[in-house]
Design a protein around this ligand. Structure first.
Ligand SMILES: Nc1ncnc2c1ncn2[C@@H]1O[C@H](COP(=O)(O)OP(=O)(O)OP(=O)(O)O)[C@@H](O)[C@H]1O
Ligand SMILES: [Mg+2]
Length: 470
């Protein structure tokens, strides 16, 4: 398709393959396809907003569904050494979970979708609970629990929860209900289902650690050791036969385990610091023990050996941090994978312009609440892409720092939709580009005008416009 034939981004056909949606990174996409197929590792180096996270997710989308279910079993001889069982077929018992209502995350109360990790607490938009930061505004969806007492602070613990206990009123009566995250949906469990589950769990002396229907994309921030490597939760009564809970019930997998058979994506690999060493071990052994990581907790006496952790590592790092990667880890990645430098810009050719137009169309479709962009708007956005390549990278070409561009598209879209317009116009883009500037630029301008205002006040009139304040 030629750009001159396009009257708006609605004319553009968006590829369904997530890898084909990544533009301007042909080499990365080519390698990405191989990485998934051959189960190699990948280190991505490059500037922000060029598609590193997007590529990691796209690679995961090429993988098959997990084939192994991993269970932790009660060990009657030695409860503090629970056993691991890996099995190929889905567990019949686990399937006996009572049928219950499964809801869309949009249709549960806002505080529930927030706690389950769907809804952003800053911009209130929905995204996958597997992403730890909001897709739309970038806010951290769940702050990690940092200290042992954080979860005692009411309202302070914002870690993602798997279930939310609450009440609802039915037929004038208040009843206890539980909302539970099930992949991208929310299960609603009422009293009836809850007691059935309790009965089943009493009989079963195991728990499913890694269910078959787990996500194949796991992102770890490396904020804590437990997030990466798993933990055994504390029980103040330990494994006391009457009031305590058996150790195997308290075993929590880490990201290295959850990514078993999938992709483990680590943003800013160098920020892992000394944890890189553990990551390396998990990669080499393809299994990693889970122990209680807080030495003062009753969980610390518990250890589960041989929990599988066979993942594809996709890691991202800034150019300047490459030397902070542990060298055996880096050679491990290279020994069974690739290192790749992302492009920050691309030549200004008609073909590449079309790719950017595809990108605009994708962003608009993905946002879902803004109209398409007309030809004038497209032209203006392309001018901006050219200007940014010059300003930021000092190159003539089109920028591939696309998060920046995506922001401009969305803001222009918001303007158009606020005015009820059917398409984003050139004016919307122009306005968005002048008002969506970094705070430094805005401040520079405001102070400048304060200065001028001051001069004017003192009777020293100056020529020229500017934002007059006050
Ligand atoms: N090459 C690309 N093709 C299409 N869209 C892109 C591309 N790069 C970035 N985007 C858009 O910008 C958004 C941000 O990209 P992404 O999060 O993948 O960047 P990143 O390289 O991981 O940045 P950071 O270093 O800040 O984590 C994407 O969700 C997508 O909308
Ligand atoms: Mg990223």
């Amino acid at each position: 398709m030629d750009i001159s034939e396009i009257s708006s981004t609605a004319d553009v056909k968006i590829p369904t393959d997530p890898l084909a949606q990544i533009i301007g990174q042909d080499e990365a996409v080519k390698i990405g396809r191989m990485v998934g197929k051959q189960r190699r590792n990948l280190l991505l180096v490059g500037p922000p907003g060029t598609g590193k996270s997007m590529l990691a997710q796209a690679i995961a989308s090429t993988l098959e569904k997990p084939k192994e279910e991993v269970l932790v079993l009660h060990n009657p001889e030695k409860p503090e050494r629970p056993l691991v069982q890996v099995r190929a077929a889905p567990s019949k018992k686990a399937d006996k979970r009572p049928a219950c209502e499964v809801l869309d995350p949009y249709s549960v109360p806002a505080f529930v979708s927030e706690k389950l990790g769907f809804r952003c607490r800053r911009c209130a938009r929905m995204s996958s609970p597997d992403a730890s930061s909001c897709y739309f505004c970038g806010a951290d969806k769940y702050r990690r629990v940092r200290g042992p007492f954080d979860d005692l602070l009411v309202g302070g613990a914002t870690e993602r929860q798997d279930r939310v206990n609450t009440t609802r009123v039915r037929d004038g009566k208040e009843e206890l209900v539980v909302f539970e995250r099930r992949g991208e949906k929310v299960a609603l469990l009422t009293q009836k289902e809850l007691s059935k589950i309790a009965e089943l769990e009493k009989k079963a002396q195991y728990k499913v650690l890694l269910p078959l229907d787990r996500a194949v994309f796991v992102q770890a921030t490396g904020a804590s050791e437990t997030e990466l490597l798993g933990d055994v939760r504390h029980d103040p009564y330990g494994s006391h036969p009457q009031i305590g809970s058996l150790p195997y019930t308290r075993v929590v997998p880490g990201a290295v385990h959850e990514a078993h058979e999938g992709v483990l994506f680590i943003d800013e690999l160098s920020a892992l610091g000394k944890l890189q060493r553990f990551l390396l071990t998990a990669m080499q052994e393809k299994k990693y023990p889970i122990t209680g990581r807080n030495p003062t907790s009753t969980g610390s006496a518990v250890r589960v050996d041989g929990v599988p952790s066979d993942f594809i590592l996709v890691a991202a790092v800034n150019f300047n941090d490459v030397q902070n990667i542990l060298s055996p880890l880096r050679s491990r990645i290279l020994g069974n994978g690739y290192e790749l430098l992302m492009n920050a810009y691309m030549p200004d050719t008609p073909e590449n312009k079309m790719k950017l137009v595809q990108f605009f169309a994708q962003e608009i479709a993905r946002d879902g609440r803004i109209p398409h962009a007309d030809a004038g708007a497209i032209e203006e956005l392309l001018i901006f892409a050219r200007r940014k390549a010059k300003e930021v990278d000092g190159k003539s070409g089109l920028t591939l720092r696309l998060r920046m561009l995506s922001g401009a598209v969305k803001m222009a879209g918001d303007l158009a939709s606020a005015e009820g317009k059917p398409l984003i116009s050139r004016e919307d883009v122009k306005f968005a580009l002048t008002s969506a500037r970094p705070i430094e630029e805005q401040a520079g301008e405001k102070y400048g005008s304060w200065y001028r205002a001051g001069l004017a006040d003192a009777g020293m009139k100056r020529e020229g416009g500017g934002n007059e304040v006050g």
